[in-house]
Design a protein around this ligand. Sequence first.
Ligand code: NAG
Length: 297
Amino acid sequence: MMKRPGQRHLLLLFTAATLCCPALGGGSVYTSEKEVKVDENQPATLSCYYSGFSSPRVEWKFVQGSTTSLVCYDSKITASYQGRVVFSQTGISFHSVTRKDTGIYTCMVTENGGEDYGEISVHLLVLVPPSKPSVNIPSSGTIGHRVVLTCSEENGSPPPQYQWFRDGVLMPEDPKKSRVFTNSSYTINSKTGELVFNPLSAYDTGEYSCQVYNGVGTAMRSEAIRLEAAELNVGGIVAAVIVTLILLGLLVFGVWFAYSQGYFNRTSKGSTSKKVIYSQPSARSDGDFRQTSSFLV
Ligand SMILES: *[C@@H]1O[C@H](CO)[C@@H](O)[C@H](O)[C@H]1NC(C)=O
């Protein structure tokens, strides 16, 4: 896009406004670099210039996520940064930065015994090359179903971009624009590292690997893992159902057979050892003698 002179002038004004913050009174605070990028273990200087203060007091605070700490108070480096950071009238300097130093540093200038106040923030980004990413790739997937492959890398700063490869060939963002991947339906999220097949096709069988790159050091690639795209095994399911039905039939027949042989009667009565006593009056009527017989059924 071409910029007309007027637009460029506006842009300059805008840049000057973001770099320079007029303070409440006559004083102003500014920096030469709002964003400082530096490799890990290298020195870094965050600049803070001010004018219009007769007796300035300088503080630096560090904000990283939800934690805030003081780097410099009343123009002196605090105990937690002593030995690592040096204060000067033009800013603070780290001897050597670590990845934990990434965050927002704010220089706050106050007029001693006055109302005047101004501040400026500097973003420090400590550059860390990515490490080898870890992947989660299923060894098989069902054709026609949704299959998700994930890739993640934790160390890289700034966070890396993700790319996927099948059999060593870079997978384009849009499979329809590539001759090799035209039969595939997938989406790649280069920020989260997710590769989603929806649906998986027979052409998707292959060895998959993921690569991360953040502009620092070299790109890192995961190991390659084979994904097999398989048909839903209809024959196997039918066979399993038939075998189950045959087994069930045999069981029912067995139970019926045992029942018909009186096996259940004998066991149920026998198990309780119930003594059934049949007593009957004697056929003969001579005397009071009664014949009693007992059976154990
Ligand atoms: C895509 O599918 C067609 C048939 O549907 C086949 O002829 C062609 O070889 C496939 N392309 C690739 C790259 O596998």
